[in-house]
Design a protein around this ligand. Structure first.
Ligand SMILES: C[S@@+](CC[C@H](N)C(=O)[O-])C[C@H]1O[C@@H](n2cnc3c(N)ncnc32)[C@H](O)[C@@H]1O
Length: 291
């Protein structure tokens, strides 16, 4: 079959759901990923023939896209901070906002020459942990998650990128971190409210793991409370916490950090102008206000 004929089938089957431009985008990714050819290949070689086997791969991918699977899950891979990151239904697809969080940490620590102990809480695919390990070579990075499937994927990603990051199964609610054991704690925990589900795209709700995304409406800060309280203990004096947050709760998360005597609390926005990140320093002052 000619490649251009398959492209035609993609448009016929998918345009109504995704729009023609998006379908072109999918198709070019398929060409790169499955055929190892540049995406403009079809323009140069309009009569390019693909094998029966390749045809099968394209049609299986088409069927997954028709069912609403995100492109990254269909290909099994995405890119985060220019690192290839394997993804599947056990892990959240890394978001561009999270790259901003990682860039901020790299910017703050790029000139450090001493060892930095870093903990990524709720590591998922390992995207944060691995990119910090890559771009802060003096960092000794550990990632924790409750999901065995996520941890398996994170370990595969460490091998894929030849990075030495330890991934350990642990529950945010019971993690009990050793005292003064980290210089940096970073987390992008579940923060989407159950009531926000209805506004989300179907494929996100259906394909991505619920445990990576949602928190009950009546306890939106549940994970932040555990993380901040543990970070207070586990960070060294002068150590920093970096959190990705739900845009609705910038003030609440900042107040939580203040209650735990963190200082230099900075709330910042993502590329869409929404409150998305909070950073703070652990000064180790006493008298934590109990709530
Ligand atoms: C929003 S995802 C973040 C994944 C990844 N760090 C990223 O930024 O793309 C939250 C992660 O927290 C994990 N998680 C959920 N509940 C947890 C718990 N109680 N203890 C540890 N990890 C948990 C999920 O499995 C998921 O991987």
């Amino acid at each position: 079959m000619l490649l251009k004929e398959i492209k035609h089938v993609f448009h016929k089957e998918l345009d109504q759901r995704y729009g023609s431009d998006e379908v072109d985008h999918f198709f070019y990714h398929f060409i790169e990923h499955y055929l190892g050819l540049p995406k403009f290949h079809l323009a140069l070689q309009p009569e390019w023939i693909i094998t029966k086997e390749e045809e099968g791969v394209f049609f299986r991918g088409l069927s997954a896209l028709k069912q609403g699977q995100p492109l990254q899950y269909v290909l099994g891979i995405t890119s985060f901070m220019d690192l290839p990151i394997k993804v599947n239904n056990n892990v959240l697809i890394p978001r561009p906002e999270t790259e901003e969080l990682v860039r901020a940490i790299i910017e703050d620590y790029k000139d450090f020459s001493t060892a930095l102990r870093v903990l990524d809480i709720g590591t998922g695919s390992g995207c944060i942990a691995l990119s910090l390990s890559k771009y802060l070579p003096m960092a000794i990075v550990k990632g924790i998650d409750l999901s065995p499937g996520a941890l398996k994927t994170a370990r595969e990603n460490a091998r894929l990128n030849e990075l030495d990051v330890e991934f350990v199964e642990s529950d945010i609610r019971t993690m009990n971190l050793p005292e003064e054991s980290y210089d940096i704690i970073v987390s992008n925990p579940p923060y989407v409210l159950d009531m926000e589900k209805s506004a989300m795209e179907e494929h996100v709700k259906e394909a991505e793991p619920s445990m990576a995304l949602f928190v009950p409406d009546d306890t939106p800060l549940v994970f932040y409370k555990y993380i901040v309280s543990e970070a207070r203990k586990a960070l060294v004096k002068g150590g920093a916490i970096y959190l990705e947050i739900n845009q609705r709760f910038g003030n609440e998360v900042s107040n939580l950090l203040e209650d735990h005597k963190f200082e230099s609390i900075e709330l910042s926005k993502d590329l869409y102008g929404r409150d998305r990140f909070v950073k703070a320093i652990n000064t180790k002052k006493q008298n934590i206000k109990q709530k």
